[in-house]
Design a protein around this ligand. Structure first.
Ligand code: FES
Length: 158
């Protein structure tokens, strides 16, 4: 059967870890993307392992039904589509489709073709915006590091 729409734009990759026990989650990484494999009452879900609240790992969070509770501040999201359920999470998490492997045991994750083709081109790695960020970073370091370091930073800018 031919794949259509979103399915056709996905690349299915083997998940390199086993499904954890029910109610548990485990981290892994594919193509530089931090991911969290969750077992919600026997059903596997994968979400980007970056809490939408402050971009920290959600490993160790509790899972009840399809709701994952972040271990840091207790925000909750629905693993089915990443919808925020409880504060302080306000933005949706990124979820990825999961299926049984077509050959052999284990699971596969569907990553967008863009995610496996190379680095995210929406973020510049050079250019005026990056140069400005680096200037701001030096200024910030000067405030954080005490008077001697601030003097070093001033010398650096000359
Ligand atoms: S870091 Fe997840 S709720 Fe705050």
């Amino acid at each position: 059967m031919a794949e259509t729409g979103t399915e056709a734009r996905l690349r299915w990759l083997e998940i390199p870890i086993e499904l954890p026990e029910s109610g548990r989650s485990e981290t892994f990484e594919l193509d530089g993307i931090p991911l969290l494999l969750c077992n919600a009452d026997g059903r596997p879900f994968v979400v980007r392992d970056e809490c939408p609240h402050v971009q920290t790992s959600m490993q160790g969070g509790t899972i009840q039904g399809t709701i994952l509770e972040c271990p840091l501040h207790g925000g909750q999201l629905d693993l089915r589509d990443g919808t925020p359920v409880a504060m302080p999470i306000r933005r949706p998490a990124t979820c990825y489709p999961v299926r049984e492997r077509s050959e052999g045991a284990g699971l596969e994750i569907g990553l967008p073709a863009r995610a496996v083709e190379g680095p995210d081109r929406r973020r510049p790695t050079t250019g005026p915006a990056v140069a400005e960020g680096e200037r701001q970073g030096r200024r910030h370091r000067a405030f954080e590091s005490g008077p001697e370091k601030a003097e070093d930073a001033r010398e650096e800018r000359k």
